[in-house]
Ligand binder design. Structure first.
Ligand code: HEM
Length: 154
């Protein structure tokens, strides 16, 4: 079961990056073209948030099943780069990014000018995406590197 959850967690990253990129591009074009904030814009932000929440749930289950919780409370998080990355850096970085995605989406529901909605969505999503990109265990990353897709080599 853990393998299936990890594979799903691996693949979900691409959906998140896709929706984040779309939200950034659409809000940038909305801001510069002074367009109305439409249903499509809100839907992309919503899909991004839903994918992030699924990823959070998968991550928390994996965190527990793969023993990272024991590493954290056992005080061995700093024992190696590998432990530090998965028990602290990856989990904390991603949770911060997911909170930013939630704030960005919730601000689109406020009664504020459309241009301000685009601006909020753009900045919150951009910062979230940068944190996500920085805390993904990309292939080739020393010690912690993982494959682009399940079954590939890192
Ligand atoms: C946007 C959010 C996230 C993205 C894009 C992401 C991405 C990834 C990727 C690409 C992997 C490697 C998968 C593989 O080995 O095939 C991974 C592993 C993992 N992630 Fe995440 N993750 C996110 C959020 C989280 C969160 C919030 C947690 C926990 C609180 C978490 C916990 C884990 C754990 C425990 C592993 C597996 C480490 C091991 O092999 O034991 N992830 N993540």
């Amino acid at each position: 079961m853990q393998k299936g959850l990890l594979d799903l967690h691996n693949v979900m990253r691409w959906l998140i990056l896709l929706f984040a990129l779309l939200a950034i591009i659409k809000s940038l074009s909305g801001m510069s073209g002074k367009k109305p904030f439409g249903k499509g814009d809100k839907r992309i932000a919503l899909f991004l948030m839903i994918c992030c929440d699924i990823q959070l749930l998968l991550g928390l289950v994996l965190y527990y099943l793969n023993g990272w919780w024991s590493v954290l409370i056992g005080g061995t998080s700093m024992a190696s780069k590998y432990n530090r990355f998965f028990s602290v850096e990856h989990a904390v970085g991603m949770i911060v990014a997911i909170v930013l995605v939630h704030i960005g989406y919730s601000l689109t529901k406020k009664d504020i000018p459309d241009n301000t909605k685009f601006k909020h969505l753009f900045w919150y999503t951009l910062i979230a995406m940068l944190i996500i990109l920085a805390t993904i265990p990309w292939p080739g990353r020393e010690v912690v590197g993982r494959p682009f897709f399940p079954g590939m080599s890192a």
